[in-house]
Design a protein around this ligand. Structure first.
Ligand SMILES: [Zn+2]
Length: 490
C-alpha cells in the first residue's frame, strides 16, 4: 500500500512559532522510500536575515554568528522543493513544519499541499500509555541516544529511530494500518489479509464485521459485498467512527443472496434481534402513519394523521398517504404543503402557536373571510398532487405471490409476499425437487413449502410494515412475479 510513496522526514529550526512572521534558520530533510530505506538526505543552516530571540538561541544553540554567511532561504528553496515535491511530509507535530514550509515555499511560487504524517500523533495512537510523546521523551523511551536535541538533523534522526522502532515493535501490519489511517489511504485492518478480502465475492449479500472475540461490530448489506466491505476501510481518517470500527475488525462473515430485495429482507430481519456494537441504531420507528384526506363542511380538504394502516381504510379503497412514522409524516407533509403553496391553516395541520405563511394567510384579514377566494376543487387537487409520491398503492394482486430474484451466478430466491407483507424467502432444492425456506439467522431454516402451506402461512395476520412496503414497491415492477397457484401449477 505504501510502497509507491516517498517520505520526506523534515525538521525545521525557526526564529519563532508564527509561520507568517518568523523565519527558518535550519532545515534537515531525509528522503525514504515506503519501506524506510534511505533515498538521500540534506541539511543546511539558513540565514534568517533577522534577529534570533535569546530563548531560541538557548533552545537550539543556533546563534547569529552561526548563521552568518549561510545561504538564505531563497538560495536553497529549489533544493528543498526537489526533496519535498510529491513526497509525504513526515514531522513531529507536523502542523508546525507544514505551516512554515507552505508559507515560505509559496513566497517563491511553490504550492505545497502534501499528505502529512505526524509522528507525534502516531506516537500518541500507538503508545497511548507513554506519559510523554515529545521527541526527547520518545528517545529516552526507545533507548535512542542523541547527542543534541532541537537541531534539525538530530531531530530527523530521532523521528527515523522512532518509526523504525514502532514498525518493529508493532509489526508491519499494524504500523502500515495506522499510517494509512492518518494519511487517509485505503487500509486493511491488521488482522485481515489481502487474501481474506479478495475472497469476498462481488455479489449481493449481507455481511458481519466481527471483533477480536467474535463479537458483532457491524451488520450490513450490499449489492456487491466486496466493494462494500472495502469501503469500510477506505479513507478513514482522524478519529471518525469509521476509523474506530476499522481498528477493531478482526474477522468478516458474509452470506451471498439473490439480490437487493433479499438483502433488504435479511437485513431487516437480522437487525431485529442482533445488536451490532459499533453501528448507529436506526431508532425503532413507531407505527407507520397514515394521512387521510377529509373534506370538511366547506368542501375543503383537511389532513388527518392516524397511526398504523387500518384494514378498514385499505378495504374502502380510500386514497391515503403513508409515512414511516408520525414524526416524519408531520415534517414531510408540512414541507410539501409549503413547497406547493398550500395553506397549512386550511389543511388543519398547524400545531398550537404555529402560523401559516401562505399567500392567503399573509394578507391582512378580519378573521372571518379566511376561506375567501379559495377554489376548493383546485385546492383539493393540489393537496393530492403534493403528496402523490406518498400515496398508498393498493396491493396489486388478488392472492399471495412469489417474486423471484436471481444473481449473476444463477442463485435464485423466491420471496413469498401478500398484501405488502413478507412471509419468507425460499430456494429451489433441485435434488429433493421442492421449495425450501432459505436460512434466516437464528431461525430454523430448511422447512419445505408447498401450495397449501404457503397459503396457510400467508393467512397469518401481520402488521403493515412500512420498510417492507417501500422495499417491495421498489422492486415489484422489475422482478418476475407469480401468483401461488400459477407457481405451483407448473
Ligand atoms: Zn395559510
Amino acid at each position: 500500500m505504501l510502497d509507491q510513496y516517498r517520505f520526506a522526514l523534515v525538521d525545521l529550526e525557526t526564529t519563532g512559532g508564527q509561520a507568517r512572521e518568523d523565519h527558518i534558520m535550519e532545515i534537515a530533510i531525509r528522503l525514504d522510500d515506503g519501506c524506510g530505506r534511505s533515498l538521500g538526505q540534506w541539511q543546511s543552516l539558513v540565514d534568517p536575515q533577522c534577529s534570533i530571540p535569546f530563548f531560541i538561541q538557548n533552545l537550539t544553540g543556533i546563534s547569529p554568528a552561526s548563521v552568518r554567511g549561510q545561504p538564505r532561504f531563497a538560495d536553497v528553496v529549489d533544493t528543498v522543493w526537489g526533496y519535498l515535491e510529491g513526497a509525504i511530509l513526515v514531522a513531529h507535530n507536523a502542523r508546525f513544519d507544514a505551516g512554515f514550509l507552505r508559507h515560505h515555499l509559496r513566497c517563491f511560487g511553490y504550492e505545497y499541499e502534501p499528505k502529512v504524517l505526524c509522528t507525534l500523533k502516531l506516537a500518541r495512537t500507538l503508545y497511548p500509555d507513554w506519559p510523554k510523546h515529545g521527541l526527547e521523551a520518545i528517545c529516552d523511551r526507545i533507548g535512542f541516544y542523541s547527542p543534541v536535541h532541537h537541531r534539525a538533523m538530530a531531530d530527523v534522526d530521532a523521528m527515523k529511530a522512532f518509526l523504525d522502532y514502532a514498525r518493529e515493535d508493532k509489526g508491519e501490519a499494524v504500523f502500515n494500518f495506522e499510517l494509512g489511517l492518518q494519511l487517509g489511504l485505503p487500509v486493511l485492518p491488521p488482522s485481515l489479509s489481502q487474501e481474506d478480502v479478495d475472497a469476498i465475492p462481488r455479489q449481493p449479500g449481507v455481511y458481519r464485521l466481527l471483533g477480536e472475540a467474535g463479537e458483532l461490530l457491524y451488520l450490513g448489506g450490499a449489492t456487491s459485498l466486496h466493494e462494500q466491505v472495502l469501503h469500510h476501510f477506505a479513507n478513514c481518517s482522524g478519529d471518525s467512527k469509521a476509523t474506530k470500527l476499522a481498528r477493531r475488525v478482526c474477522g468478516i462473515q458474509w452470506q451471498v443472496l439473490a439480490g437487493d430485495l433479499s438483502v433488504g429482507f435479511h437485513l431487516n430481519a437480522s437487525l431485529r434481534y442482533e445488536t451490532p456494537l459499533m453501528q448507529r441504531r436506526t431508532k425503532a420507528a413507531g407505527k407507520p402513519c397514515c394521512v387521510r384526506f377529509i373534506v370538511n363542511e366547506n368542501g375543503l380538504t383537511q389532513l388527518r394523521f392516524s397511526s398504523g394502516l387500518p384494514a378498514s381504510v385499505v378495504q374502502s379503497g380510500e386514497a391515503v398517504a403513508i409515512f414511516r412514522d408520525r414524526k416524519r409524516a408531520k415534517a414531510r407533509v408540512a414541507e410539501l404543503a409549503k413547497e406547493s403553496g398550500l395553506c397549512l391553516y386550511l389543511l388543519d395541520i398547524l400545531a398550537e402557536g404555529e402560523q401559516c405563511a401562505c399567500a392567503n394567510c399573509a394578507l391582512p384579514n378580519d378573521g372571518i373571510t379566511v376561506n375567501g377566494g379559495v377554489d376548493s376543487r383546485n385546492a383539493n387537487q393540489k393537496i393530492i398532487e403534493a403528496l402523490s409520491s406518498y400515496l398508498y398503492t393498493p396491493w396489486p394482486f388478488e392472492e399471495p405471490v412469489f417474486i423471484c430474484e436471481q444473481n449473476v451466478s444463477g442463485f435464485a430466491e423466491w420471496h413469498l409476499l401478500n398484501d405488502w407483507r413478507y412471509y419468507g424467502s425460499f430456494v429451489w432444492d433441485a435434488d429433493a425437487k421442492l421449495m425450501r425456506e432459505h436460512i434466516v439467522p437464528r431461525e430454523e431454516g430448511g422447512a419445505q413449502i408447498d401450495l397449501e402451506s404457503a397459503q396457510r402461512r400467508c393467512e397469518q395476520v401481520k402488521d403493515f410494515q412500512y420498510e417492507h412496503y417501500r422495499l417491495i414497491k421498489a422492486f415489484i415492477d422489475d422482478l418476475p412475479c407469480q401468483t401461488l397457484s400459477d407457481f405451483f401449477a407448473v
